[in-house]
Design a protein around this ligand. Structure first.
Ligand code: GP9
Ligand code: MN
Length: 424
C-alpha cells in the first residue's frame, strides 16, 4: 500500500550518491543519443579474426579524447532481455525476476528519463525498425513520456535485402532515421535500437566484411560477422551526425544490452577466450561496453565497476540535472559515493574483489573459489544486493511511484500521446 513508499524513499535517500563536480553539467543542454548495441559483449572489442580487428571503429572510440569508456560495466538483465536493459536505462529500476516488466507492468506510473527531461525542455523519441508492439513498447513508452516512437511503419522495409529477423538492418535503419532525427526540436533525448547483431547471427554473405571464427559452433562463429556489421553501422551513424552538424552539441551513449552468446556455447567460447569457461569466467563474460561521448569532456578508460541500473543517474548528472528527489536504484558511476557492487538479477554480484555466482564466492584477482568465512564482508554485501533487488521489485510490483510525485515533476498524460504514423 501507500505506506510502502516511505520505506522506498528512506532507502533511496540513504543510498543517494552526490554528483562529481568535475563532470556535473559536462553535457548541459546537449542532445542525447543512445545507440543500443544489440547483444554486444565486451570481449568483441579488440578481438581479431584472421588477424583483423572485428570492431575497428569502436576500438578507436575507446581511445577518443572526449569519450569515457567503462571496461567493468555489466548487463543486469533477466528474462526480459532487451526490454530489461531499456527498463533499467529509462528508470534506474531493475527488471522483474521473472518475465518482462515491459509486458506485465506496462501501465505503471514511472519517473522515466523522457518525463524528467521534458521538465528541462527536452523532446524525446525512440527509433526502432521493428513492429511497435514488440515487447509492448508502444504501450509502456507512453508511460515513460516518450513524445515520438518511430517504429517499422515509419521505415521502408520493402527490400528483403535490408531486413533482419527483428526488423530493418542497422545501416538502412540509421540512414532512414536521419531525416526524422534532423526534424526533432533540440535539445532532444533519443534512442536508436539496432537489430542486426541478434542471435542466431546469420547474415547475408554479400554484407559480410570479415571471416567467420572456426569453432564449429555456428552462432559463435558468425557472431563476429554481425558484430563487424554493427561496428560499420555505428561508424556510418557518426559520419551522418557530423554531416548534419549534430556532432558538437550531442552526447552519444553506446551500450551493449545483454549477452549474445549464452552459456550453452561455453565449449566454443573456451576456444575463443583460450581458457575454460568456469562460472567465474562466465561472469567475466557478462561485461557489456559502455561509451559516453561528450564534446569537450575529458575522456579516458574508467575501471569503475557498475551496471545498467547506474546509467540514468550518471546521464542526468552529466546533463546537470539533480537526481536527489527521484526514486532511482542505481548511482552515478562518476560519483565518489558510487559503491562498486554490481547486483545481478538472480542475486549474484560482482565487485572489484569478489564475484558471487550460484551461491559460490570467487576471488576476482585469481578466479579461485573462496569460502564465505574467507570474506569478512560477504554477508553484508549479499544482504545489500538482495535489499536493493527487493526494494526495486516492491516498487514495480506495487506500482508504488503512483504514490509519490517529486516536486516539480510532471508526467505527460499517456492518453494524449499518439504514435500512429499518419502517412502510412
Ligand atoms: C526486437 C529486439 C530484440 O524488437 O529489440 O529483443 P531481444 O530478443 O534481444 O530481447
Ligand atoms: Mn536484445
Amino acid at each position: 500500500d501507500s505506506s510502502d513508499i516511505t520505506d522506498v524513499l528512506n532507502y533511496t535517500r540513504s543510498n543517494y550518491a552526490k554528483p562529481n563536480k568535475e563532470y556535473f553539467g559536462a553535457a548541459k543542454d546537449m542532445n542525447v543519443i543512445y545507440l543500443h548495441l544489440e547483444s554486444f559483449q565486451t570481449f568483441l572489442l579488440n578481438y581479431k579474426v584472421d588477424g583483423e580487428e572485428v570492431t575497428p571503429f569502436l576500438n578507436k572510440l575507446m581511445k577518443d579524447q572526449e569519450t569515457l569508456y567503462f571496461d567493468n560495466f555489466f548487463h543486469q538483465t533477466g528474462q526480459g532481455k532487451t526490454s530489461d536493459a531499456e527498463f533499467m536505462l529509462e528508470n534506474s529500476l531493475f527488471g522483474l525476476p521473472q518475465g518482462s516488466a515491459y509486458i506485465t507492468k506496462g501501465q505503471n506510473t514511472y519517473q522515466a528519463a523522457p518525463n524528467i527531461l521534458k521538465g528541462e525542455g527536452y523532446t524525446s523519441a525512440v527509433f526502432h525498425g521493428n513492429n511497435g508492439s514488440f515487447w509492448n513498447r508502444n504501450v509502456i513508452y507512453k508511460q515513460f513520456g516518450f513524445d515520438h516512437f518511430y517504429d517499422a511503419s515509419f521505415y521502408d522495409t520493402s527490400s528483403p535485402k535490408d531486413m533482419a529477423e527483428y526488423g530493418l538492418l542497422d545501416k538502412p535503419f540509421f540512414k532512414q532515421s536521419e531525416p526524422y532525427l534532423k526534424e526533432l526540436p533540440e535539445p532532444f533525448y533519443t534512442k536508436l535500437i539496432t537489430v542486426g547483431n541478434h542471435f542466431p547471427y546469420k547474415m547475408d554473405q554479400d554484407l559480410v566484411t570479415i571471416g567467420k571464427e572456426k569453432t564449429g559452433d555456428q552462432s559463435v562463429d558468425d557472431y563476429f560477422q554481425t558484430a563487424r556489421y554493427l561496428d560499420e553501422s555505428v561508424k556510418q551513424f557518426f559520419q551522418q551526425m557530423k554531416k548534419d552538424g549534430l556532432d558538437d552539441n550531442t552526447m552519444v551513449v553506446l551500450y551493449g544490452d545483454h549477452y549474445g552468446i549464452s552459456s550453452n556455447h561455453n565449449k566454443a567460447m573456451a576456444q575463443i577466450m583460450d581458457k575454460e569457461i568456469t562460472p567465474y569466467e562466465n561472469t567475466n563474460l557478462q561485461r557489456v561496453p559502455l561509451f559516453i561521448h561528450v564534446p569537450g569532456m575529458k575522456g579516458g578508460v574508467d575501471h569503475t565497476y557498475g551496471g545498467q541500473i547506474d546509467l540514468l543517474p550518471t546521464l542526468l548528472h552529466l546533463l546537470g540535472v539533480d537526481t536527489q528527489k527521484y526514486v532511482q536504484l542505481g548511482t552515478d558511476l562518476l560519483s565518489k559515493d558510487h559503491k562498486e557492487i554490481v547486483a545481478f538479477r538472480n542475486g549474484g554480484f560482482a565487485t572489484p574483489n569478489y564475484f558471487f555466482v550460484d551461491d559460490k564466492y570467487y576471488d576476482n584477482k585469481t578466479g579461485e573459489l573462496l569460502s564465505e568465512d574467507q570474506i569478512p564482508e560477504a554477508e553484508k554485501i549479499k544482504a545489500e544486493v538482495s535489499e536493493k533487488l527487493s526494494i526495486s521489485d516492491k516498487i514495480v510490483n506495487g506500482d508504488l511511484l503512483r504514490f509519490y510525485t517529486p516536486e516539480g515533476f510532471k508526467a505527460t498524460e499517456p492518453s494524449t500521446i499518439d504514435y500512429t504514423n499518419k502517412d502510412a
